[in-house]
Structure formats: C-alpha cells, structure tokens
Design a binder for this molecule. Sequence first.
Ligand SMILES: [Zn+2]
Length: 708
Amino acid sequence: MLIRSLLLGFIVLGLAINTARAAGTPRPDDPMLDPWTGPYGGVPPFDHVKVEQFKPALLAAMAENLKEIDAIANDPGAPTFDNTIVALERSGRALQRVSTVYGVWSGNLNGPEFAKVEAEMEPLLAAHSDRITQNSKLYARIQAVYDSPAKSSLTPEQQRLVWVYWKNFIFQGARLGTADKTKLAAINQQLAGLYTKFRANQLSDEETYTLTIDDDASLAGLPKSQIDAAAAEAERRGAKGKWMIANTRSSMEPFLTYASNRALREKGFRMWMSRGDNHDAHDNNGIIPQILALRTQKAKLLGYPTYAQWKLADTMAKTPEAALALVMKVWEPAVAQVHRDVADMQAIADREGGGFKIEPWDYRYYSEKMRKQKYDLDMNEVKPYLQLEKVREAMFWMAGQLYGLTFTPVTDVPVFHPDVRVFEVKDTSGAHVGLWYFDPYARAGKRSGAWMNAYRAQEAFDAPVATIVSNNANFIKPAPGEPVLISWDDATTMFHEFGHALHGLNSHVKYVSLSGTNVARDFVEFPSQVHEHFLSTPEVLNRFLVNAQGERMPADLVTKIRNASTFNAGFSTVETLASTIVDLRIHMVGDKPIDPRAFEKATLAEIGMPHEIVMRHRLPHFGHIFSGESYAAGYYSYLWAEVLDQDAFEAFKETGNAYDPATAKRFHDDIMSVGNTVDPAIAFHDFRGREPSVDALLRDHGFPVPKP
Ligand SMILES: [Zn+2]
C-alpha cells in the first residue's frame, strides 16, 4: 500500500516550496507552516506539534494557497508556462508542509483529540481542492498554455507537466459551464450518499448474520485457535457455550479451509456469498443500478461515453478494452489450471468416499488437503529465520546492489515517536540523496497494515530538493534485546513498501508534480512489487535470513518455499479476475439499465467461470467499486501491476544474476528515476524493449504458457 498524500489533489496541483507569504495574511506563529529548518535541507518539525495547532495552521495554509491561486489566475500577463504552470508548482507549499505532519498524526498517532480535528478539517480540505479545480480563470490559462504553439519549444518534461495539469482540470470538470458544474457537483453528492449506504448495508450483513454451531462434533477439523475465537464470538453475542463464525472474510475463510462438516460449510458459504443480496432492507441490488447510472451521467458530462473510458483515460492501460485484453490473456490459463486442480481435489474426495462433486464450499477445504500432500510446508518453520532487523539490512543491501545507495542511521532530526529511526541515504559518490524514516511498531492510534509515504518529494526546478520518505508497519515491539520474528508474508510486504520508498529516493526529475511515486494508478504498484522478488534471491536467503543463533535457513525449507509458491495460484487468480472482469464490463455498458444479479450471472457464464469458484467479491458486496470511486473500473490495477513486475523481474533473471548491474541501471534510468515525466507505457517499453507480456506471470504461477 502507498499513501501518496491525504490530499492527493494538492500533490497534483503542486506541492511547492519557498512560498512568498501572501501579504497581509494573518498567520499563526507555527513551525508547521514555515519552511522546514535543520539539517538535510530542512526536516519535518515533529518536535513542535500540538494537535490544537492543526486547525489554525491548515486554515491559514489554505487561505494562503487561495491567494496564490488568485494571483496566478488574475495575472495581467498573457498565460505562459512560467507564469501559470511553474507558478502552480511553486504554490501550496505551506499547505503541503502542514498536511504532511497532519498526515503523520492521522496515520501514526491518531486519537480522540486528533479524530475531532480530522472530522472537522476533511470536508474543508476537499472543498478547498474543488475551489482550485473549479477556478475557471485558472483553467482558461492552463488551457491557453496547453493550446499555445509555444508549447512545442518546451522540453518533453515540461510538455508532460502541462498535460498533467490540463488533464487533471478536465477530469475534475473544469471545462464545464456553470450549469454543468452544478450538475456534476449534484451527481457527486448523490454518489457519495449511495456509497455510504452501500458500505453500511455490507457491514450490516457482515455483522448481523452469523453461523451458529451448538454441538462440538460440528467443530471437527477446526484448529484450537479458531474454536476459541468462535466461542468468544458467541459469548460476545450473548450465546455463551455455543460457537459462532462471523460473516466476514477473516472468520469465514479459515472456517471453510478447515471445517470437515460439509453441510455446515455449505451453510456458511451461502450466507457469506449473500452479503448485500438477501432481498431485505440491506439488499444492495437496488443501489448498484443507481450508482452505475450516475457514473455514466458523470462520464458523459466529462466527455466520455462510459465511466470506464473516463476512468482509464489517464492510466497506463488507457482504455478498458486494453485492460480487458490483458486480463483475458491470464484468465484462460488460470481457468485451465483450476480444472486440473479440481480434478486432483476430486480424487482426494473420491478416495475419502464422499460421493459428491467438488462445490464452491469444498474448494478451500480440499485445496488445503492438497497443499499438505504436495508441499508439506509449515510456514511457522520459516519464521525463526526472519528477524525484522535482518530483513531491513537485506533491503538496504539490495538497494546498494541495485542502485548504489547506502543507509546510515542519524539522530540529529526530530521524530514523532521514540521508536522511529531515521537513516540518511547517500549515493556511490557519497552525495546526500534523502532520508528514510522507519516506524515499525504497532501502537494505539496507528492505522493497521504497512505503508509508505513521502514527507517531501524530490524536485530540482528552483533549487535541488532531496526527498524524505517513510516506511511504516505494525510489528509487536519486542522486549529489549529480543529479535522481532516476522512471517514470510510480512517480509514480502517490507520489501514491497521499501520498493515504494526506493521509487521516491531514486526520483530524478525537475518538477515536483511529476516526481517519484506521483504516477498513474495502474503503474504505481509496479516498482514496489518488483522489489518483492528480491526477498527470495539466494543472496538474501543466505546472507540475511538467519535465526537468532546465526544459522541459515535449511536448504529443504528453501526448496519447500519455492515449490509451494505456485500453490493454489489457479484459485486465487480466477476468483480475483472474475471480479476484475465483471468490474470492467459493468462500467463499459453505458446507458443501458442493469440488473446486477442477471449481469453477474450472464457475464460469468460467457467467460466460462469454473462452477467450483465464486467471484472474490460478488457485486452486492463489492465495496472496492461501489463504496467509493478509487477502484471502480480500476480493480484490474492489481493484475496490471503484477504483469509488469513479473515481466520486469524476468529481465533480471534472464541475465543469470538478479542483481545484474546493467539491467539494474536500465531499470533505474527508465523506471525508477523518471517519475511521471514519461508516459508509463513508453517507460516500460524503454526498459523491456517491447510491450509487457503476461508470459512471466503465467510461468511464475505455474500456468501453461501458450505458444506464440
Ligand atoms: Zn503498494
């Protein structure tokens, strides 16, 4: 995961430094607003933060930003790249600085006091962003620069920057007349209400329905930890002495994996798959057509025939047809793999004398049996060899091999919590590259999961500015002197988030809006995911994955991990791609009214969905696409980025050395350093010498690769 900024709009509209303070603006005396001071070109003033200061600081910064915007919009001079686009790049710097600290408090140190500030400020910040994109004088100037013949004499990076501003304004409806702007705002309002309702219905079905078990014979197969959790759930719901399985993914998936009572599995599965689809007050099937109709209206207002076309216009894929074509290349081999896996599972079921065909509620149960039979891998055996600090050292070593970066701990900068450590990053010549903040431990008020964010993005147009990035995780803090042991998945996530950090640190562009991770939505996970592959390179395994006694991971364990890496890839690919395909297709329909149940059924039948698998997210509970905008017609981004990362890593493997210097240099020059200065499709082509191919992913997942 990656947090670009809580205020994405501001990054797009120009984060910016060195703001001339708008004359006459009363401004609270607050280091959060002022240019950062201290070493390394200034660092965030984490030691001078008071929660009550956020509101006045944000209000002052927004006011200052609006003055800057007005000055640009009302400039008496004819619009030029310098007085419009570069001026926008310089604007909003105080707001960006405050927002950075505000974002850290929101993600890492949240609490009741801060939550109150957040609830009050979020709508104001959203409205602020709208006021800028709806400034018609400002938009007219951007359009004039975009249309000007002088544009052709700008550098390619400058031309791309003009395009990015122009596109962002068009996308938000800047081109519309007053009446249409009002219409668009009304559509967005209605959509926001429907998203909230959709989410509430889904949550209600997850909370209301449970699978109750009253006899302990029916618990057969479940591990003790699950039985204990089910007993606690029953007690929480006032049914002490019974067991309850909650209607959520985290409870239902393990239940379906281990419960040997087939009738109960079926009951639980049907309940879980019916979230939002129970023909009752919380049924989402009535909301979906309303959302789709409003989205089509919105796309049409903005000049696109369908919502999918609008949504994908500024991505690497560019059109829904291109995204769908790539998805289908993986779909068919994945389905073929599922048919083979089902045959294996059917053989196990037949040997047990069940006398039934594998159904969706049997899939996880029999695939778990298959896993034990085929791979004999217990992931708990791996953990002792994954010490958090060793994994961090491995990441640093990888960054040194690939990009010549070194990391040295520093203590001369303020941190927002004593557990946060800061490292200075230098290049091979010893020159300063940036800072990396590491906040590894869980605490009250910290959001869950792991993420990267940029406190300051690299730029070089007025003066060189070095980047400051951070990685954040939620490991349990150990007793002093004890190592933190993490899972293989967690170690993979560490490499992933560090990949985002490296994307920021390697940035070498002029303009901040095009810097580092400010790239297309279906491209941003590519640099992070590539770096996941380096965890399992022999160099990392042998040098860094050692237990507390300094012993390496046994060779047979390494082999087991390798062999098991393709386990169940057919199932996970098919269930995810089914949701991906339905998401794209439903947003490509346009005006025709849609009955979600019928649409889902017909689409799955058409693409040959295996009978034994159900979509990962069925439409009535597909919150990614119906409880907000970000993944609507965008769920394909997961697969898209994976195709790119597998294909790119294969370029390293083809040399026989995962750290091949020449390949690493090309990857740096074509992908890691260019930010959004190059169209992502061209950047990938520059690196690989051709269009992305799905073959590497198919090979990695153990699927058959079609002959060319
Ligand atoms: Zn990510």
